[in-house]
Design a protein around this ligand. Sequence first.
Ligand code: C2E
Ligand code: CA
Ligand code: CA
Ligand code: CA
Length: 279
Amino acid sequence: SWLLLALLGLLSGYAARRFLSQRNSLTAELRRAVDADEFVPFYQPVVLGESGALAGAEVLVRWMHPIEGIIPPNQFIPLAESTGLIVKMTYQLMDRVQEELLGQLPNLPEPFHVGFNISAAHCTSMELLDRCRAFLEPFPPGSVILFLELTEREAIPATPMTDALFKQLDGMGVQVALDDFGTGNSSLEYLQRFTVNALKIDQSFVAKAGTETLSSHILDIIADLASRLELFVVAEGVENAMQREYLQKLGVEYMQGYLFGRPVPFAEFAATHLPPAAG
Ligand code: C2E
Ligand code: CA
Ligand code: CA
Ligand code: CA
């Protein structure tokens, strides 16, 4: 059976090489697409929990692949993060979003919240600070509020640099939201380390709103924690009126989900959610 073992060894070596070469070619494809500007911002409305009025949008990236069509983020964000390509991709998105919002500035509710998903790779230099400053620069003061959504998918290290980064972002009025709150294991540590402004309740908890399950209690506890810490709550994945009512009773300030609108390209977002352009 040494032959069998040798064969198995050969096979797994082959599988590993094939896996690595697939990863390499995917990385090359991702790099090509970044240079070709194929990553497009989609906008999902964020509304006031109380009135349902538009408060802003979360930017969710889509890969407009020339052959494959629209590729959703879960199929390329992890690789973009592990290769560092996410950094350039996000800054391209920010430039495009800035341009699109400026084109509709008179029609945006004031203040308009715009949220970007930020990865650990953005927090390894002070460039994020310059990018946020450049993003906000052309908007009249108070017209646009920039939110950075931090997830726990990759840990953001606690260093003097990241401390300075988040302190200066806070000083500039940039808001920090903890994304997928309650699903990871460093949420509470992040709460202590960063000047956090908002908690985003993950859709897995929202889906259980009003049921007698553990997840529904977690929803209640997060809302209670937020109000004690004087943080805003954004509930994501709100799909029906029952969930909305339950969240309203909890005093959740902001909501997001298919009930209010799916992520769409800017032209569609403006046509659906903004008042018609004057003139
Ligand atoms: P996320 O930040 O938690 O974003 C919410 C996800 O839930 C989005 O999926 C959104 O389309 C989806 N969603 C919104 N409302 C509903 C609803 O009512 N029901 C259901 N079932 N789903 C809803 P999407 O756009 O596929 O993005 C998936 C994840 O990819 C995001 O999760 C975020 O972590 C990541 N992502 C997206 N864009 C970017 C980006 O530009 N940069 C980074 N680093 N990550 C991104
Ligand atoms: Ca998010
Ligand atoms: Ca989520
Ligand atoms: Ca509250």
